[in-house]
Ligand binder design. Structure first.
Ligand code: 5GP
Length: 181
């Protein structure tokens, strides 16, 4: 049996270990480095879930960059509420700048499609998206993700920044909810 952990009375099984995550981030960074040579983009970390992915990714990027943080909220427990609230916005002007959004996971795509709409109002020079995880079968909003770490099944995952009611963000690996239909 694989490694398991319990949080808030739910059991999660190990899904992606530290090495797999590290190796994939290095590959993603290689692609991003090729595309951004000669540019100096704003890396936009979508809080809270992306803080670890952003921190690991930027350490493999080899062009000058700035980092900004924004925060939207849509999740309660293990299923989406369908509502998005902006809790914390951008500190600097992105007009005419290259912006790379860094997201932890794209589920329905609601959070990201709202964030993109919001950011496009400020006329960035370019807007791209890097997401560590993507659940293709849950995606209902039409969004283009330029850099995808892992395509995963539509099951609730935690760890590596992702929480289950605020617990589990600190786990170095990614775990999947056990016995989810
Ligand atoms: P979406 O708006 O694409 O439906 O959901 C995006 C947000 O919901 C993510 O940024 C993340 O915070 C949360 N989310 C979606 N799927 C999961 C999941 O499997 N696990 C956790 N912990 N959060 C998720």
């Amino acid at each position: 049996m694989g490694k398991e952990i319990s949080l808030h009375n739910q059991t999660f099984s190990l899904y992606l270990d530290e090495q797999k995550i590290r190796e994939r981030i290095i590959e993603l960074a290689r692609n991003i480095n090729e595309d951004y040579q000669g540019k100096s983009p704003i890396i936009l970390c979508i809080l809270n879930g992306s803080f670890i992915f952003t921190a690991d990714l930027v350490r493999h990027l080899d062009f000058p960059l700035t980092i900004e943080f924004v925060r939207y909220s849509s999740y309660e427990g293990t299923s989406t509420t369908g509502r998005i609230t902006k809790i914390m916005g951008l500190k600097s002007d992105i007009e005419g700048k290259d912006v790379l959004i860094v997201e932890d996971i794209i589920d329905t795509g609601l959070t990201l499609s709202n964030a993109i709409k919001d950011l496009l109002k400020s006329n960035p020079a370019s807007l791209k998206v890097a997401s560590l995880l993507l659940k293709p079968s849950a995606l209902i909003h039409d969004i283009h993700c330029n850099y995808i770490g892992f395509r995963i099944p539509d099951k609730f995952v935690i760890g590596y920044g992702l929480d289950y009611d605020e617990l589990g963000r600190d786990l170095p690996e990614i775990y999947q909810l056990k016995d989810q239909a």
